[in-house]
Design a protein around this ligand. Sequence first.
Ligand code: NAD
Length: 293
Amino acid sequence: MAKIAFIGLGNMGGPMAANLAKAQHHVTAFDLSDAAVKAAIDKGAHRAASAAEAVKGAEIVVTMLPAGKHVRGVYESDVLPNVAKGVLLIDCSTIDVDSARHVAALAAKAGHDMVDAPVSGGVGGATAGTLTFMVGGPEGSFAKAKPILEKMGKTIVHTGASGAGQAVKICNNMMLAISMIGVSEAFMLAKRLGLDFQKLFDVASTSSGQSWALTTYCPVPGPVPTSPANRDYQAGFTAAMMLKDLMLAQQAANAAGASTPLGAEAAQLFNMFVNSGNAAKDFSGIIRMLDGK
Ligand code: NAD
C-alpha cells in the first residue's frame, strides 16, 4: 500500500483521508487546524507537524485546500521543495484554472506527475467514498492517480490536459448554484401559494423539475432528512465556497467570451447572501434570503 501525505482535512479532506486510511494506505495528515488533524488520526491517519514533514518520504501527495492561493502557497513552500523525485501529486481542491496550470507546470519541471482532480458529491459523497472526480493532466499521470481516486470516489473522468478538471468543476458548480436558486424560489412561491412542501417535493422529485439541489440537498427541512436545511443550514458546502466558484466561473466566462447571464445573477445573489453574515452557512441557506429573512 502507498505512503500518502494528505494536506487539508476540512469538511471534505477529513472523510477523504479517512477512506484512504480505511483502504490500508499509510496516510500522513496535516492541517492548520489541530482539531481537524485529531479527527483524521481517530480515523486511522498519522500526524505530521507540518505540510513539509507530511510530504517527506511520501509516494503520493493529496491536497484538499480552500482556494488557489492556498494551493500555490502549499505547493511552492512545502510540497515541491520537500518531495522525492517522481512523486504523484493530486490536488483535489476547487481552484482557478491558472493556479492549477501554474502548479502543474512547476511539478512537471521538477519531474513529478500531477493532476488537478476536483470533486463533486459533497460531504456525503466524501464520507461514503462515492465522489465524482474530474481530472486534468497527462494520460500517464491520470492512469497513476485513478486507483487512488477510486478509493475516494465512484466516477473518475479524465476531462483533458492540466486545468481541465477545474474547468469542468466551475461549469458544474455554476449549474448547481443556478439550480439551487431555482429550487429555492419554487419553494418560496409554493409557501405563498399555501402548498405543503412535501407535496411539491413528491411531485417535482419525480417530474421535470428534478435536480440534485432538490433531491439530495433540498433547501427546506423535511423532504430530504440528510440535507443541511434540517440542521439550521450548518455547512456542508459553505456559501463562501460557492461564491468563490461562481466568481471563478464569471472570470472564465469573461475571458472566454461566453454568455452566462444566470451565472452572473447567481454570483450577485450569493455575494449578497455571503456579505450579510452568511459566509459560513451552507449555500442552500440562500433560500432564507429569498424568503426575505
Ligand atoms: P474546509 O474549509 O472545510 O477545509 C479546508 C481545510 O484546509 C481547513 O481544515 C483548513 O484548516 C485547511 N487549510 C487551509 N490552508 C492550509 C494550509 N496552508 N495548510 C494546511 N491546511 C490548510 O473546506 P472544504 O469544504 O473541505 O473544501 C475544500 C475544497 O473542496 C474547496 O476548494 C472546496 O471548494 C472544494 N469542495 C467542497 C465541497 C463541499 O461540499 N464542502 C464539495 C466539492 C468541492
